[in-house]
Structure formats: C-alpha cells, structure tokens
Design a protein around this ligand. Structure first.
Ligand code: SF4
Length: 364
C-alpha cells in the first residue's frame, strides 16, 4: 500500500523546505556570507544606509525597505556625486543631484552627498599628482578628507576608465563611488559601536558578473569599531518586479527611462552604445563634444573598437524621444517634475519608453 501523505511530503514539501533552507544557507559558514538573503532582520540594525543613484533599482531598494516595515527613522540616503560639486558637468545628468534631493524630501528621509573633489574629470586629468580629497556631507556638517600622502604615490591617469568588469581599470566605479562610501563610513564616529546595514541596488539580471554577487556579506569596512553588513535587497529581482514596485508606490519613472535609456547611470557613461551616443549628439551635442575632445587629447578612445564617440554616434539612429516634458527636464539643473504620480494633476503612472530597452548604457 502506498502512503500518499508521505509520498506528497517526499515530492513536494521536503524539496520546498530544502529550497528555502538553501536560500538562507550561508555561502561561507564562517564569514556570514549569503549568496541569497532576500530578507534580513532590519530591527537588528542601528543605521540603514541606502546608496541612492536616482535610478530605478536604488529607488526599489528604498521601496523594499518600506514594504518590509523598516523603521524609517533609521534610514538615510547616500548619493555619490560622480561629477563632484565643484562645477564639472562631464558625466552625470544635469538634474540628478536635485532629483535625489527631491526624492529624499518627498520620502521624508535625509540625504547626504559625498564625492571626490572635482569628480570624474579631475581624477581623469590627474598627472603626476595625488588624488583630490573626498568630501562627505554628514549630519554634523561637511567633512573634507585629505589623502595620506605618506602612503599614496603621485600618479597619472589622463585616460577614460576602461570598459570592462575589472574595477582597477574601470576606475570610475571604485574611485568615485566605492572609495567615497568607504571613507564616509570610516570617518564618522556616529557609526562607532553601531550595527549598520549598507544597501546597494545591483541586480543579478544585469550581467554575468553581477549574477555571482552575494546578497548579504560583511562590508569591507566592518571591523572591531563598527559592524557593517552589505545587503543587496533587489539582487534577485527582475526588471518587471522593479517597475511593479515603483508603480505600487506611485513613484514616477526617473527621467532617463522616459527618454528611452534602459539604465539611469551617468548620461555619458563609458558603457553607452552607439544609439545612446547618437541620441546625445541629437539632443545634447555639447556633452558629446566634451567627451570627444578628451578622447582626442588623450589619443585613445573609450570604445575598445577604436571608434571615438563621434564615430559611434554616426553609426546609429538616435532614439525618437516623444516625452517633451522629460526632454525639457534633461536640460535643466533644477528638478521641476514631481517624484510621485498624481492622477488628478495629469501625472498618472506609466511605464517609460526605456523600461525594457536594450540600449547599452550603465555599468555591468
Ligand atoms: S555610470 Fe558609467 S561612467 Fe558613470 S561611474 Fe558608472 S561605469 Fe563609470
């Protein structure tokens, strides 16, 4: 006689339980490293830092905290400003700084900006010299963190970051974001003896490289002074889940997606494909020319095919931008559009043109 309940347990219940256990099994038992950790105990933390770029994935991290019932008073947003705050306009969208301010204000959460002085452009032009200081906004005011010139050596860049996964040669991500965040953590005594959750919005779907990331692990700045855990709450999410979260919370799609970009990275990101460069040429020609001028000055192109951005732009047709409001916003430093949808004011939620686009742009 077959015992049906046991058979059901063997076939369905036990495998399902096993799958759940696997989900939470540490990849490295000793080091508290989890390949999958879609949920963590948020009450365990004193501070929750969300690295907010202003793109959909980082916004979804914030929304996920809300869905999980995080204590809002513990949350703060950190925006690493790629161009710095000294006047360079080489890389980022002009409104992005202000958009993040509006986002923070409308969510009623503090935002702190941090950057490398002079941003991407100053670092790229470094010649036989030290990198500039880091600037870090904190609740107690602005910190200027100079370099230890006893340990560091003068160096020369004078070239764009290389297009690839290696963060040593693709120096923009490491120098302008990871290093800045690291020093912002270690130079604020308010985190001493605290348990800090450090949240970033990478997703496995984005690249083969990111598909291997751990979802939860000790942050490199975790030590005896402070415990910092790195968590990627939307690592396993699909694009559909991300847009669904924004729609459920009525957060309007950020402007780059409305223009047809599939990612909201730097406007002139080194990963841009020909069609994006063609679109920049059509609508923001000064931005393209500034990049082309540096390629010419350095005698090397961003593209590994040896084509400069002007040549790349001429190989594709620009995206046909139909969202005039978003295009107007893209030309302005002040963010003038709402953050949340409001049907009554004609700002209903809609999926943007670039929601599921394939145009190459953004780090991988
Ligand atoms: S968005 Fe692109 S250019 Fe900007 S920091 Fe990331 S990889 Fe570099």
């Amino acid at each position: 006689m077959t015992c049906q309940p046991h058979s059901f347990d063997d076939q369905f219940v036990i495998p399902a339980l096993q799958a759940q256990l696997d989900l939470f099994r540490p990849s490295d038992q000793n080091n508290n490293v989890f390949y999958s950790a879609p949920v963590v105990d948020l009450d365990d933390y004193d501070n929750i830092i969300v690295c907010i770029s202003g793109g959909k994935d980082s916004i979804a991290c914030l929304l996920q905290l809300d869905d999980l019932g995080a204590d809002k008073s513990k949350i703060e947003l950190w925006h690493h400003d790629v161009d710095g705050a000294e006047g360079s306009t080489l890389m980022d969208w002009s409104f992005m700084r202000d958009y993040n301010r509006h986002l923070a204000r409308d969510f009623n959460i503090p935002v702190y900006f941090s950057w490398l002085e002079g941003g991407f452009e100053a670092e790229m032009l470094k010649q036989d010299s030290f990198s500039k200081p880091h600037k870090v906004e904190t609740p107690a005011g602005l910190l200027t963190l100079s370099r230890n010139t006893n340990r560091a050596k003068p160096a020369t860049r004078r070239r764009f970051p290389q297009v690839g996964a290696d963060l040593k040669t693709r120096w923009c991500s490491s120098v302008l974001k990871i290093d800045v965040g690291r020093r912002a953590l270690t130079n604020q005594q308010r985190f001493n003896d605290k348990k800090v959750l450090f949240i970033t919005g990478e997703r496995r779907e984005e690249s083969a490289n990111r598909s291997k990331y751990n979802q939860f692990e000790p942050h490199t700045n975790s030590n005896n002074v402070r415990q910092v855990d790195a968590w990627r709450p939307v690592l396993h999410w699909t694009k559909e889940q991300i847009w669904d979260a924004l729609q459920r919370h009525s957060v309007l799609a950020p402007v780059p997606y409305r223009l047809g970009w599939s990612r909201s990275s730097c406007m002139t990101c080194i990963f841009n494909g020909a069609r994006i460069w063609a679109t920049i040429k059509e609508h923001f020609p000064d931005r393209l020319e500034a990049i082309a001028a540096y390629e010419q000055m350095f005698g090397t192109t961003i593209s590994r095919q040896g084509l400069n951005v002007l040549e790349l732009a001429s190989k594709a047709r620009p995206i046909k931008i139909e969202d005039a409001e978003a295009l107007k916003q893209a030309l302005s430093e002040r963010y003038e559009l709402p953050v949340f949808a409001a049907e009554a004011e004609g700002q209903g939620w809609s999926l943007p043109a670039g929601a599921y686009g394939k145009e190459g742009c953004g780090a991988s």
